[in-house]
Design a protein. Structure first.
Length: 237
């Protein structure tokens, strides 16, 4: 009889176990993870944020300041003073430019006169120096005029703002007085209605008592007539 292979029970030896793909539990390694779009939570980076209008906090600049959508009322005198101040500032700027140009021309003329020592060049240098003096005097006058014009415009602006505040206070006072008068009228009307109701109820009670008294007198008179009693006459004194 042929010998049969011995039967083994339990787990086969390691050599006979067929090699299979290794089974991993949990998160797979990075190499096997399919690349996908990165998911970000929270606020995106600055580069991806769409550019929007910058938000300012606090008081807006002077050129963008507004008073609740209403332009501040400016008097004609203030407008004229502001225009004069702008013109004075423009004149001051032009005089400064003229002084700078005169100084440059003076440097050139003086350098040339020193180099050549010619009478004509010396005369040109002298005229350049005289021009600097004249422009300096004009610049001082323009500076003083611009300062005075700015001061005048500032004073008028301050006065206009003060007048606007005074008008605002007066308007608020008028509105408050009107509201108070309306409340007074409403209270008086309610008081009148209440008084009318109370007076009517009082009159109704008085008339009801009088009616009851008249009814008693009438009932007594009827009873006396039916019983045959004679009505007593009041003695005249």
């Amino acid at each position: 009889m042929e010998q049969a292979a011995p039967k083994r029970r339990g787990r086969p030896p390691k050599a006979k176990v067929e090699q299979a793909a290794p089974k991993r539990r949990g998160r797979p390694p990075k190499a096997q993870v399919e690349e996908a779009a990165p998911k970000r939570r929270g606020r995106p980076p600055k580069a991806k944020v769409e550019e929007a209008a910058p938000k300012r906090r606090g008081r807006p600049p002077k050129n963008a300041a507004s008073s609740n959508g209403r332009r501040r009322q400016v008097s004609p005198a203030t407008l004229r003073a502001e225009g004069a101040a702008e013109r004075a500032v423009a004149t001051l700027k032009s005089e400064r430019q003229a002084l700078a140009a005169a100084k440059e021309a003076n440097v050139v003329a003086r350098t040339k006169a020193r180099q050549t020592r010619a009478k004509a060049d010396k005369a040109v240098a002298k005229r350049a120096r005289d021009k600097i003096k004249r422009v300096t005097i004009r610049l001082a006058k323009a500076r003083e005029k611009a300062r005075a014009a700015k001061t005048r415009a500032t004073e008028l602006n301050t006065r206009d703002r003060l007048d606007a505040r005074v008008r605002s206070i007066e308007v608020k006072l008028e509105q408050a007085n009107a509201a108070a008068q309306a409340r007074i009228d409403a209270r008086v009307e309610r008081a009148m209605v209440t008084f009318q109701k109370q007076k009517r109820a009082e009159v109704v009670r008085v008339e009801a008592r009088k009616a009851k008294k008249r009814a008693r007198i009438a009932d007594k008179a009827i009873a006396d007539l039916r019983s045959g009693k004679k009505k007593r006459r009041k003695r005249r004194s």
